[in-house]
Design a protein. Structure first.
Length: 567
């Protein structure tokens, strides 16, 4: 094993050197994210303890409910680990930058495989630890088992993580012999986003909260049948849940399930080793194939770009064409469109799942309208997040090639406006669909639907201007991945400013909404003064958004053109 450890040591040394050689700002940022992650994890522990305690406290059916919950959670974790290990195994075995050096060393293929498998396992197993430890703490607080349970969790957890890791590596090795590795990773990334969105939608459709409410079922038999439906016996999540629940409930240890779990991990690891060794050379050869830029070189796409950029000047049109071709040529960028679709689906499903039926009485209509108005804050936050991903990073995405733009025949302000226009399309699409659809789903009045569309339209311009302006002020042309700018301190500053701007704009629309809702509830007729106040609120919100669209761009233009060229 010391040979495997030797192959893994450069990864550990690089992590240590990154910390030792990092600047004080980098270390401070790392500590900040570590503290935020710890706080989030503590909140997850508290929430999981409450959830398991709620299920366990249900009379008669408490133990059955906790078993069902554990099975569902382990099944979800197993599916996530299997997919994550497939993507990670593809990168570590076939696309890693250090493969040329490692494969040239006098290292046997077995040592290479187990070193890369260990690397893959540790890169993905943090998910099991991050989500699994709160689950263990929650079940321990509900059942109060002995120390034997926690020792067994380590053994079960390692075997449970090793099975999807080995399976994922084997699946990646088979797939890479059929498809080019780089294109396969892009397809898997898209499928991952779609799978997470589908998993969330499936959970919302199944409504697991019904399990703690037997009255939501037609009969007691239907309720019991829903709870008793187990996971198939030949599934690792079933083996792990049987072992853990037996210890929790004080029953004899199921040696068959534990044996299946341990021997299954060993067997899958061996099969993965032999399979990968048989196809590795062929897969590694296919991993060197370059992808073709079909859409970016299409004559139809060129004609489309000429039409949409016709109103722009020559310099601005050239920037827009370049950005759009780069966007569709780079899968790490255009796959973000699937994330937008997932955000829309998840947000609208969450709104539709809100239990409005629990609110009865004559004030139900007013409650729906107020809820729809408050939901506009969520719409604005989602639009700000979209602006952070697509527009705040637009200037930094130029990278070291920014000197070409800087020395070109185009002014700074016109250059920044050429960055604003393409980003307006996803902003308007996400904003209008989310605002209007959620308002209609909540059953709000026609005026609230109009206000939602009005707000989303003007917020798209305001947030775009703020994002491009701040992105120009805090542009970083030395990062290999411009998306990191959105996750840094400058991205946090943008989100704070954007969130404040969103709620300020919504506050300007508060008086008009209040006047209309009060008139509907009390059966009053709006006076001319009321109409003037409503119009003033709408115009004020639009003027604020226009100011936010123009002023940051001008400020960013002055600062951007005064910067030194990246070296």
């Amino acid at each position: 094993m010391w040979r495997v450890a030797l192959l893994l040591s450069p990864r550990l040394q690089s992590l240590r050197n990154r910390w030792r050689r990092g600047t004080r700002a980098d270390r401070g940022l790392a500590v900040l994210f570590a503290v935020l992650g710890l706080l989030f994890w503590i909140g997850m522990v508290v929430g999981t303890v409450w959830l398991v305690g709620t299920f366990y406290s249900v009379e008669v059916f408490g133990p059955i409910l906790t078993r069902k919950l554990l099975e569902l959670l382990l099944l979800s974790l197993f599916a996530m680990l299997l997919f994550s290990n497939t993507v990670t195994g593809l990168s570590t075995f076939y696309l890693s930058d250090d493969l040329e050096l490692v494969l040239s060393l006098p290292v046997s293929r077995a040592h290479f495989h187990f070193a890369r498998l260990t690397d893959t396992l540790f890169q993905t197993s943090w998910m099991l630890g991050f989500f699994g430890v709160p689950l263990v703490i929650a079940y321990g607080s509900a059942y109060h088992p002995g120390a034997y349970f926690y020792g067994l969790v380590v053994v079960v957890g390692f075997a449970f993580a090793l099975i999807p890791a080995s399976t994922g590596v084997g699946v990646a090795s088979v797939l890479v012999t059929v498809f080019p590795a780089r294109r396969l990773r892009e397809v898997l990334a898209i499928l991952g986003v779609m799978m997470l969105a589908a998993l969330f939608l499936l959970v919302r459709i199944l409504r697991p909260e019904r399990l703690v409410d037997p009255e939501s079922f037609e009969s007691l038999a239907a309720y019991v049948a829903e709870l008793q439906a187990p996971i198939p016996r030949l599934a690792p999540p079933r083996w792990a849940s049987d072992v853990l629940l037996a210890v929790l409930q004080g029953r004899p240890l199921p040696w068959l399930a534990l044996g299946l779990l341990l021997t299954g991990a060993i067997a899958v690891t061996g099969v993965s080793r032999w399979l990968t060794d048989a196809v590795y050379d062929q897969g590694r050869s296919k991993a060197q194939e370059a992808r073709s830029a079909r859409l970016a070189r299409s004559s139809v796409f060129d004609a489309f770009l000429r039409i949409v950029t016709r109103p722009l000047s020559d310099g601005a049109a050239a920037i827009v064409v370049k950005d759009l071709k780069t966007f569709f040529r780079d899968p790490s960028q255009w796959t973000q469109l699937f994330i937008l679709g997932s955000i829309l689906a998840i947000s609208l499903t969450s709104v539709a799942a809100f239990p409005l039926d629990t609110f009865k009485g004559p004030w139900m209509g007013t409650f729906r309208n107020m809820l729809a108005f408050l939901d506009l804050g969520l719409v604005g936050f989602v639009m700000a997040a979209v602006a952070a991903r697509f527009q705040f990073t637009a200037v930094s995405a130029e990278g070291r090639g920014f000197w070409l733009v800087r020395t070109g025949p185009i002014t700074a302000e016109r250059y920044l406006w050429s960055k604003v226009w393409p980003g307006l399309v996803p902003m308007l699409g996400v904003g209008e669909i989310l605002a209007v659809a959620s308002t209609l789903i909540l059953g709000a009045g026609n005026f609230l639907v109009f206000v939602a569309g009005w707000l989303a339209f003007w917020l798209a311009f305001g947030l775009s201007g703020i994002a491009i302006g701040l992105g120009a002020v805090y542009a970083d042309f030395r990062l290999d991945n411009a998306a990191r700018v959105a996750a840094g301190p400058a991205g946090m500053l943008f989100m704070v400013i954007a969130t404040t701007f969103v709620f300020t704009t919504i506050g300007l629309l508060g008086p008009p909404v209040y006047l209309v809702l009060r008139a509907d509830v009390e059966g009053l007729t709006l006076t001319s003064m009321d109409h003037a106040l409503i119009a003033a609120g709408l115009v004020a919100s639009a003027m604020l958004c226009l100011a936010a669209a123009v002023l940051p761009v001008r400020r960013g233009a002055r600062i951007l053109w005064s910067r030194e060229l990246p070296s």
